[in-house]
Ligand binder design. Sequence first.
Ligand SMILES: NC(=O)c1ccc[n+]([C@@H]2O[C@H](COP(=O)([O-])OP(=O)(O)OC[C@H]3O[C@@H](n4cnc5c(N)ncnc54)[C@H](O)[C@@H]3O)[C@@H](O)[C@H]2O)c1
Length: 340
Amino acid sequence: MRLLILGTGWMAQEHARRFSAIDGVDIVGAVDVDAARVGEFADGFNIPNRFTSLEEALEWGGFDAVANVTPDRIHHPTTMALIAAGKPVLCEKPLAENFGKATEMADAAEAAGLVNMVNLTYRNVAALQKARQMVQAGEIGTVRHVEASYLQSWLVSKFWGDWHTDPKWLWRLSRGHGSNGVLGDVGIHILDFASYGAALDIDHVFCRLRAFDKAPGNRIGDYELDANDSFAMTLDFSNGAFGVVHASRWATGHLNELRLRIYGDKGGIEVVARRSRPASARMSRTPNGKSSTPARWRPTTSVSSMPSPAACRASPASATPPACRRCSTSPWCRTRSGRN
Ligand SMILES: NC(=O)c1ccc[n+]([C@@H]2O[C@H](COP(=O)([O-])OP(=O)(O)OC[C@H]3O[C@@H](n4cnc5c(N)ncnc54)[C@H](O)[C@@H]3O)[C@@H](O)[C@H]2O)c1
């Protein structure tokens, strides 16, 4: 597959690294409205063709599919043009700035019979996949309550650069530049994390947003800093379960942390995914009135040290897979035994 990368900023580097590692994928072209940036990107990843507009790339046409890694408000016009040209698109999240545009994109791809995808990265978290499997297997019973948060701290740190001067942060703070704030940026991730993990659709949402003053006149150059930095939300899930979700860019001490807690009538599961640390999941079972210590939690995954669930299941029940600490030490290893 000959891939074109559209937008060559921060996240595009991750796309280039990951796609280059897939057999059969050749990154044949890169596009960015910033000529210097696309030049550096193409040189860095040995990409033979570079363009400063999508129109030029379409005229050339030597690609089969596109990773759209442009800022949020550019997703809709560029993806619509690509679909019209018959090109499948993996589009970064959020698909668009509003439901109407996102639906238009999905409908157009469907009508054209084209593969189209949204990059909800955190579906990659093995502990989330495990949690969903356990919910679907009935291990925590009927889900009643879900709590989830996505915490970042880039408004109070320079770990990822200085938001006062770096355009990749400034557009995220400005509605006029197409951002829906923390809700559009990472709210989309945590809502997907929560509903995918709980294996439930969301029926209703009530949300409060807050944008705090951050600069004199709340403006830096062309950027009016009016997009929300924190939100708090309550949810109704399709089975009647209740949910609470919040996110903030002011969460000192949390670089990039997703947490999900799912409580059913037989137990609870907690999943935590943090930057640069292995994701983890743990579970607590209700005591059925037999125990006075219901608040006992047990790990269900330690993703860095465990074989994949499939590899673990495949090993004979009598054997102790050397890499799987949980199998060798805990009767709670349901990855291997399939037992409760
Ligand atoms: N899935 C994830 O976990 C994840 C993580 C980070 C960012 N993202 C998403 O990726 C997208 C890009 O984010 P980023 O941090 O890389 O932003 P960025 O500002 O660093 O990069 C965007 C690039 O797109 C270019 N661009 C703007 N308009 C263009 C156009 N019309 N045609 C071609 N290029 C154009 C800009 O010049 C810039 O180089 C956003 O939608 C963001 O929400 C997703």
